[in-house]
Design a protein around this ligand. Structure first.
Ligand code: SIN
Length: 364
């Protein structure tokens, strides 16, 4: 009798405990999900969304064929590090990225990051111009929340495709406290690079992205970011550029330096309406004797000249290989020609003063 009573009492207690567990389980699960950061993935195309004829196709595949929902579904592990939502912003190979795409993207990111419900943004992107998009966003995003641009060197259909792990790392990084205030980041191959310094160094290998002499910011290991340094140039919240009301940018083109260079390209760009020219000179941004009259005439027409270098490393010295005071030109500091183009376009939305634009080049 006693034991039967005890048994039923024990059963009742067990049932009560079970019921309370069952009742609170969804609430607990919800709490755990709520603790994860909310990250939006903006997909733009590229090899990360590419597909090849078979699993060994790592060149000659088609970029930008896989949609954002399939990219997300291919990495179920994303759910462990963030609450993820996807948006297909464009579906293009990144060599076709234009100023108009950048303006659309930056505006969308600014809207998303202004919301309290979004903790970070990841942009999936082709690797060919990833460094340019990242630098443009570095100068135009108005938030200190993490923005991570990611791509892949192998299409999604390849053996050992690098897209899934790169996307997982990027989402984790975009949801991390460590990435707050670091400016726009480019994360591939377990490495974190600053938008200003990173560049593609190899046409096809997965370790292609380097910040060369200035160095990367850190690593990703075991689902955690490790930062060791920071870019010292202004970005994001400290940037003076506001694209919110712009629907185009001033035309700026790049003329490439080489032995036997001539002025045909530069004159053609100016005739086609260029407001600025990046002169990607040899060495320390040297200007060939036959190019000097073209530069002088360009300034007389009000076209801004920035002396950059095709070398890829080092500071272009003001009044070094050319007399910038006399030419009324600007030097690019350490910016590559393709990034100098971006900064000059944005600078020209604010001013035509060479002194002011030189200050801008020493600031960003
Ligand atoms: C592209 O930039 O869209 C193609 C190349 C790549 O993503 O690696």
């Amino acid at each position: 009798m006693f034991s039967r009573k005890f048994q039923s009492c024990a059963q009742l207690m067990l049932a009560t405990v079970m019921m309370s567990f069952v009742a609170t389980a969804p609430a607990r699960a919800q709490q755990a999900t709520a603790k994860l950061p909310n990250v939006v993935i903006l997909a733009t195309g590229g090899t990360i969304a590419g597909s090849g004829a078979d699993s060994t196709t790592t060149v000659g595949y088609t970029s930008a064929t896989v949609g954002v929902e399939r990219l997300i579904a291919a990495v179920p592990e994303l759910k462990k590090v963030a609450n993820v939502k996807g948006e297909q912003v464009f579906q293009i190979a990144s060599e076709s990225m234009t100023n108009a795409h950048w303006l659309t993207l930056a505006k969308r990111i600014n809207v998303l990051l202004a919301s309290q419900d979004v903790d970070g943004v990841v942009i999936t992107h082709g690797t060919d111009t990833i460094e340019e998009t990242a630098y443009f966003l570095n100068l135009t995003v108005k938030s200190n929340k993490p923005v991570v641009v990611v791509g892949a060197m192998r299409p999604s259909t390849a053996i050992s495709a690098d897209g899934p792990i790169n996307l997982y790392n990027a989402v984790m990084l975009a949801g991390s406290k460590e990435a707050v205030g670091k400016g726009v980041l480019v994360a591939l191959n377990d490495q974190i690079n600053a938008a200003r310094e990173v560049t593609k160094t190899n046409t096809s290998t997965t370790d292609t992205f380097k910040s060369t002499e200035l160095g990367m910011l850190g690593y990703i290991q075991g689902s955690k970011p490790y930062f060791y340094r920071q870019s010292t140039r202004k970005h994001t919240l400290e940037s003076e550029f506001d694209i919110s009301k712009l629907d185009s940018l001033p035309q700026v083109d790049i003329v490439y330096g080489y032995a036997n260079m001539n002025r045909i390209g530069m004159d053609a760009f100016i005739a086609a309406g260029a407001k600025g020219i990046i002169h990607a000179g040899v060495g320390d941004g040297s200007v060939a004797a036959q190019m000097k009259p073209a530069l002088v005439e360009a300034r007389q027409k009000g076209v801004l000249i920035v002396r950059s270098s095709r070398v890829g490393q080092g500071i272009v010295a003001r009044n070094g290989e050319a007399n910038d005071d006399e030419l009324d030109s600007v030097v690019s500091d350490t910016l590559s020609p393709q990034k100098a183009r971006i900064l000059l376009m944005l600078a020209l939305t604010k001013t035509n003063s060479t002194q002011e634009i030189q200050r801008i080049f020493y600031t960003y």
